[in-house]
Design a protein around this ligand. Structure first.
Ligand SMILES: O=C(O)CCC(=O)C(=O)O
Ligand SMILES: [Fe+2]
Length: 310
């Protein structure tokens, strides 16, 4: 064996070893330490995403100061999602929590009607519909040219077992990619479509309304990897519900690359699992995390109030 072939063989082995080792994330890039601010405390919810807020009380009579608001907003951008303990806000006043972060636009479908007390929000009720797109990994309204920054949920009714919500830190998922592969992905643009997985048929039974929605939301072109306007961080934007195909690639290549990205979102290392308690609320940044509901509650009754926040 010549010296050069030996050197080559050694390099191959090194590369193989390197490839077989999954990168280890530096957790401090995604979460912080426990902190107190005014009357509230914050502590990480899971190793790589999320935080729990305790001690915050929001009522019609009390004002939340600009400093607390700013603190919560900054921590949401840092952690990707915030869990508010039960008692933070009542179901009737959920809108007050939402208003701390932005403006809620009604975004329901015939199967997700607004509750009587608040026309800006909609209801996900397992009695109204069982099969939903929210059980597939997605980014809310990832088919729109302008993404709603946040989504918030309030737990009205929690099933006896199951029904958690999973979050995947899609920034960390991107960071775990081989940088050479990631650089290639950065250059790609994909088609995003409200109906890529048949959402329109699932959400609208009336063909005329379906057609109206189809016209309102034509397919858009957007990057596969999205840069957060406020943090500058890159997120795997491709998601299973709304990403149709990657532009400029064969169907085979597009499907293969998308499958890799969808797998990346499913890595337990980048995930958090939120177990609901009645009266708890959660808000997340759609530009950081992807999410899905877990449909493991059988006939249990599960009701969440939901606000899409621009
Ligand atoms: O059902 C869930 O846990 C997730 C709900 C969801 O996807 C949403 O509210 O946008
Ligand atoms: Fe969602």
């Amino acid at each position: 064996m010549t010296a050069s072939s030996l050197a080559y063989g050694t390099r191959q082995t090194d590369e193989k070893l390197e490839r077989n080792q999954q990168k280890v994330l530096s957790l401090a890039d995604y979460v912080g330490k426990r902190e107190n601010f005014a009357d509230l405390s914050i502590e990480p919810y899971a190793p790589v995403a999320g935080a729990t807020i305790r001690g915050l009380r929001i009522t019609r009579n009390g004002e939340i100061g600009a400093d607390v608001r700013q603190f919560l907003y900054q921590r949401l951008l840092r952690y990707g999602f915030l869990v508010f303990e039960p008692g933070t806000v009542s179901g009737e006043d959920f809108g007050l929590l939402v208003n701390l972060f932005g403006h809620a636009e009604y975004s329901g479908t015939p199967f997700t009607p607004p509750p009587a007390e608040n026309p800006q929000i909609n209801t996900i009720d397992s009695k109204i519909k069982k099969t939903r797109m929210n059980f597939i990994w997605h980014i809310d309204q990832g088919f729109r040219a302008v993404l709603p920054r946040f989504t918030a949920l309030f737990a009205k009714t929690v099933p006896p077992v199951g029904g958690d919500t999973l979050f995947s830190n899609a920034v960390a998922a991107y960071d775990l990619l081989d940088p050479r592969f990631a650089a290639y992905l950065d250059s790609l643009v994909a088609v995003y479509d409200i109906d890529a997985q048949g959402y329109l048929s699932l959400a609208y039974q009336d063909p005329a309304e379906r057609e109206r929605q189809r016209k309102k939301y034509p397919p858009i072109e957007a990057p596969l990897i999205r840069v957060h306007e406020e943090t500058g961080k890159k997120q795997i934007y491709a998601n299973e519900v709304y990403t149709q195909r990657i532009l400029g690639l064969s169907r085979t290549a597009s499907d293969a690359l998308l499958a890799i990205l969808f797998e990346q979102i499913k890595l337990p290392e980048v995930q958090a699992r939120v177990a609901w308690h009645e009266g708890a609320a959660v808000i997340w940044d759609n530009r950081i995390v992807q999410h899905k509901g877990v449909s493991d509650y059988g006939d249990g009754h599960r009701v969440l109030h939901r606000a899409i926040i621009d």
